[in-house]
Ligand binder design. Structure first.
Ligand SMILES: Nc1nc2c(c(=O)[nH]1)N[C@H]1C(S)=C(S)[C@@H](COP(=O)(O)O)O[C@H]1N2
Ligand SMILES: [Mo]
Length: 337
């Protein structure tokens, strides 16, 4: 059964429930919890260092990260008048299907993912292809804090302080050829450590893949993140390296990246491949273009509960229209959703 939400004009807060949205998307994946292996993980004590954010579990960061933190440019971009989502919510309400279909699965299952050593391949239409150890990959770049809205296609949102650097800096460094028109990203393929990849619940053709047009990828708001809340990225948020494209629905912000390829043709992407009529390649946040099964006019800002749903209007390009609208001049955003 498909759940149809009313149109934006008569949409009441209480009708935007996590259950509607989440179950309808999970249904698409053919979700079945039967046979889904959940590994129990010990809750090991973490180093209790001082943090910029009071409720943050700091974790034990690798040396290169701690070194970079010293020279970080804090708050290069910020969100005015909207509270940062508590760390607890940002790290316990996640989509990372490699670790399971439920919002709590990534926090429960992702700790066992080995993120050291990690390497990133850059290939395709570039003058300087290569495979880099993560610490060498990030070495040239200064970390910046970017406080961005994150708007999931399921109509919930957060405000997250990321630590990262512009993707454009990496792309310039590797010298795209004249044939390069798109950037394709790939997540780690590791069924041994990613239980979602070996369970039959998802129709996903692993590894998870995403893509951007080259000019979108070069936009200064598009970053590669290695941290959040003043600390290293928790595994459930896409450690050790993830994309963050704040004007697009969250599924474009691919986690745990191992390959970045410059390509001539528009690449196939995971959600578009699963349901092309529901999830497009562009996936720009757009309150005027509804998902076929629910309205995109409003969103639940986390933390959100039954009695305080914290619903607000969704903004065009997630509030970044001044910065990014010119990328789409002449493009029919209804057709290119
Ligand atoms: N590899 C991978 N990346 C992914 C996903 C995923 O399932 N696998 N989920 C996406 C979706 S739907 C969202 S909303 C964001 C969620 O990021 P967060 O958990 O850090 O809030 O990650 C995106 N990146
Ligand atoms: Mo999402």
């Amino acid at each position: 059964m498909l759940i149809k939400l009313p149109r934006s004009s008569d949409c009441k807060a209480a009708e935007i429930t996590p259950e509607h949205l989440y179950f309808s998307r999970r249904k698409l994946l053919g979700a079945s919890l039967a046979g889904f292996a959940v590994s129990a993980l010990p809750g090991l004590g973490r180093a209790a260092e001082a943090s910029r954010y009071s409720d943050v579990d700091v974790g034990a960061a690798p040396g290169w990260f701690s070194e970079k933190l010293g020279a970080t440019r804090w708050q290069a971009v910020t969100v005015q008048g909207e509270a940062i989502t508590p760390f607890k919510d940002a790290t316990h309400y996640n989509n990372f299907y490699e670790f399971g279909p439920d919002k709590g699965d990534p926090a429960a299952n992702a700790d066992s993912l080995p993120t050291e050593p990690w390497s990133v391949v850059i290939d395709g239409e570039v003058g300087k292809p290569g495979r880099y150890a993560l610490e060498d990959f990030v070495k040239p770049y200064q970390l910046e804090e970017r406080i961005y809205r994150l708007r999931c296609v399921e109509a919930w949102s957060m405000v997250i302080p990321w630590l990262g650097f512009p993707l454009a800096q990496v792309l310039k460094q590797v010298e795209p050829t004249s044939k390069a028109r798109y950037v394709r990203f790939e997540t780690l393929d590791d069924p041994q450590h990613m239980p979602g990849q070996r369970s039959g619940f998802a129709l996903i053709d692993w590894p998870y893949r995403e893509g951007l047009r080259l000019d979108e990828a070069m936009h200064p708001l598009a970053i590669l993140a290695v941290g959040m809340y003043g600390r290293e990225l928790p595994n459930q948020n896409g450690a050790p390296l993830r994309l963050v494209v704040p004007w697009k629905y969250g599924f474009k912000s691919i986690k745990s990246i191992v390959r970045i390829s410059l390509v001539a043709e528009q690449p196939g992407t995971t959600w578009q491949g699963l349901a092309p009529t529901e999830y497009g390649f562009y996936a720009n946040v757009n309150p005027q273009v509804d998902h076929p099964r629910w309205s995109q006019a409003r969103e639940r800002r986390l933390p959100s509960g039954l009695f305080s749903p914290n619903v607000r209007d969704t903004q065009m390009f997630n509030g970044y229209a001044d910065e990014v609208a010119s990328l789409y001049t002449g493009l029919d955003l209804r057709k290119n959703y």
